[in-house]
Design a protein around this ligand. Structure first.
Ligand code: GDP
Length: 199
């Protein structure tokens, strides 16, 4: 699948403020600095396509992009800002929770995980929350180029083991690199296949 037209539609501070739910949606979330902007630009395959989340004020909003009039790419606020008090770190905004629980057209969440680290508590807590709320998600390891193949495999395996503790059928796990473009085809193919199923 090629993305021909990626148009910013709107930024919203609430579920109610999101665009009319008429197209399937694919949402991207992860802790801040996980490489989300880079991944989105890599998926769109356009250098410098202005994903508004990189501009002040938009990082804490739900950002909708309409892709080829067929689906919405949704850029969600990151969680785990380092500056936030420790007890707040694992929390994410209530309106993001509203969106994830209440968005009828949400097809899949791409939960981004930094390849450089072993499973982090904050990410596992978010996984647990998604599982409790029965929000469908897959795991996307970012920055795969920044660690050795052995280390990457190790970290993916540790995560897979954590998933096996929680799910009968573990969510799919992808390795991606915004630098090399690795994983782009697999993610777009997954999106295309889900859209196809819904038709
Ligand atoms: P965001 O805060 O989640 O949107 O993360 P960014 O996309 O701004 O990336 C955070 C940092 O990670 C930046 O310094 C990027 O250059 C770096 N980064 C992002 N993706 C990759 C990648 O695929 N490979 C490498 N080596 N670095 C990356």
């Amino acid at each position: 699948m090629q993305l021909k037209r990626v148009e910013f539609e709107l930024s919203s501070p609430s579920l109610e403020g999101c665009p009319r739910p008429i197209l399937p949606e694919f949402a991207f979330i992860g802790r801040s600095n996980v490489g989300k902007s880079s991944l989105l630009n890599m998926l769109a395959a356009r250098k410098g396509l202005a994903f508004v989340s990189s501009t002040p004020g938009h990082t804490k909003l739900i950002n909708h992009y309409r892709v080829d009039n067929a689906w919405y790419l949704v850029d969600l606020p990151g969680y785990g800002y380092a500056k936030v008090a420790r007890e707040d770190r694992s929390k994410f905004s209530a309106f993001v929770a509203d969106y994830l629980m209440g968005r009828e057209t949400l097809s899949l969440v791409f939960l981004l995980i930094d390849s450089r680290h072993e499973p982090q508590k904050i990410d596992l807590e978010f996984v647990d929350w998604l599982a409790d709320e029965e929000v469908p998600f897959v795991l996307v390891f970012t920055k795969a180029d920044s660690v050795s193949k052995t280390r990457l495999a190790q970290h993916m395996e540790l995560f897979r083991a954590e998933m096996a503790l929680r799910f009968e059928q573990t969510p799919e796990i992808f390795a991606t690199s915004a630098k090399s473009g690795d994983g782009r085809g697999a993610l777009l193919q997954l999106i295309a296949s889900i859209i196809q199923e819904k038709r």
